[in-house]
Design a protein around this ligand. Structure first.
Ligand SMILES: NC(=O)c1ccc[n+]([C@@H]2O[C@H](COP(=O)([O-])OP(=O)(O)OC[C@H]3O[C@@H](n4cnc5c(N)ncnc54)[C@H](O)[C@@H]3O)[C@@H](O)[C@H]2O)c1
Length: 356
């Protein structure tokens, strides 16, 4: 629990790109957070974290168990590659810490639900780094779905398409360490936000999908420099069609490399009263007085979504209220992505097995 002074003591596990680019700056803008511990299997990174961002007395660790053994740490950010999320998060929850874990929550549904259960058993806050839910546009569309403006949502598209945007740092191309390619890396963001926006559609029931590795052997222009085809063990594009208990359907479209005009990230919703597109800005489509009406909304403030996400996490650590991104929702995203990979591997429609 936060100290009597109300300050929250936080540890960072995995001091790489997302920790330095999002979590640490998010904590540093808060006046009631002390970054007291940094852990990385590359010791230099943990040491640099302490030197650059640590509160007085902050310590560096190579093994996360040593960081978690400290009883003066309230909360941790888990910012390691995907395959390590579950074991570190469960250990942190069992050690009494609240956790914000980077996306995707886990690489298998069994791991994701084990994380949910560990949070419940220890009565800890667990949330997942889906910062796109924190935009003003997303909040507005969510309100319009919840208050009935959109009607019953029965069709949606979750889109995260890059023409050439293959991540070349870290272990993103490593199947074992990441669990997959663009589907699990960026598809996870848009599937999460789209499912949240669709509202009450019940559980996913079945999936038909296909993944591709068509451009991975032809590196040329890339947003983050040339990739090594020999290391490219994951799909470069993946597509799925998911059905839910309510009968609603979702099309998932994602790529790191695809021969298309331009990158596209966002959500399309079609409801019985209105439809919406949430890309760069929100547009809502409906019919009034026998006319088709298109409305576009001013995007509002342009504050960092990462800052909002981290401020919200700390608010929840202090208030003990449920976070916006609930672990059960993040686990459902893992189930959908897992079923997509299974359908792609089998070449057949697959039922979504709920592990819970
Ligand atoms: N929310 C977002 O938009 C977003 C963006 C980028 C990355 N991410 C997620 O963040 C995670 C990390 O990605 P990244 O880009 O920071 O990668 P990265 O390779 O830059 O950083 C990962 C760090 O974790 C360290 N590490 C690995 N195993 C560890 C362990 N067992 N204990 C402690 N440290 C360990 C590595 O040495 C490395 O420094 C991934 O899950 C990724 O999906 C999220």
């Amino acid at each position: 629990m936060p100290s009597a002074s109300g300050r929250v003591r936080v540890g960072i596990i995995g001091v790489g790109g997302i920790a330095r680019g999002a979590h640490i700056p998010g904590y540093k803008q808060l006046h009631d957070v002390d970054l007291v511990a940094f852990c990385d299997i590359i010791p230099e990174r943990a040491r640099q974290g302490v030197e650059e961002f640590g509160a007085p007395g902050a310590k560096a660790y190579e093994d996360y168990h040593d960081l978690l053994a400290r009883d003066d740490i309230d909360a941790v950010s888990v910012c390691t590659p995907n395959a390590a999320h579950a074991q570190i998060t469960i250990a942190a929850l069992n050690a009494g810490k609240d956790v914000i874990c980077e996306k995707p929550m886990a690489t298998s549904p069994a791991d994701a639900w084990a994380m949910v259960r560990a949070a419940q058993a220890n009565q800890r806050i667990l949330t997942v780094g889906y910062q796109h839910r924190f935009s003003d546009d997303a909040a507005l569309l969510k309100e319009m779905v919840d208050d009935g403006t959109v009607g019953e949502v029965y069709y949606a598209r979750a889109i995260a398409l890059r023409r050439r945007g293959v991540p070349t740092w870290g272990v993103f191309l490593d199947k074992e360490k990441q669990g997959g390619g663009p589907l699990i890396d960026i598809g996870t963001h848009t599937v999460d936000r789209t499912l949240w926006l669709m509202g009450d559609i019940g559980k996913p029931t079945w999936v038909l999908a296909q993944t591709f590795r068509k451009l991975a052997d032809h590196p040329g222009y890339n947003l983050w420099g040339r990739w090594d085809p020999a290391k490219f063990q994951v799909e470069d594009a993946g597509f799925g069609f998911v059905r839910f208990e309510s009968g609603a359907v979702l099309s998932v479209e994602t790529s790191w490399a695809l021969n298309i005009k331009e990158d596209l990230f966002g959500t399309v919703l079609a409801g019985s009263k209105a439809g919406a597109e949430l890309f760069d800005g929100l547009r809502v489509y409906s019919e009034e007085r026998g006319r088709l009406v298109d409305k576009s909304f001013n995007p509002g403030r342009s504050e960092s979504l990462y800052h909002r996400e981290i401020a919200h996490f700390i608010d929840r650590v202090k208030s003990r209220k449920a976070p916006l991104v609930k672990p059960e929702e993040a686990a459902t995203v893992v189930e959908v992505l897992d079923a997509i990979y299974q359908s792609a591997a089998s070449g057949r429609p697959e039922t979504v097995k709920t592990v819970q």
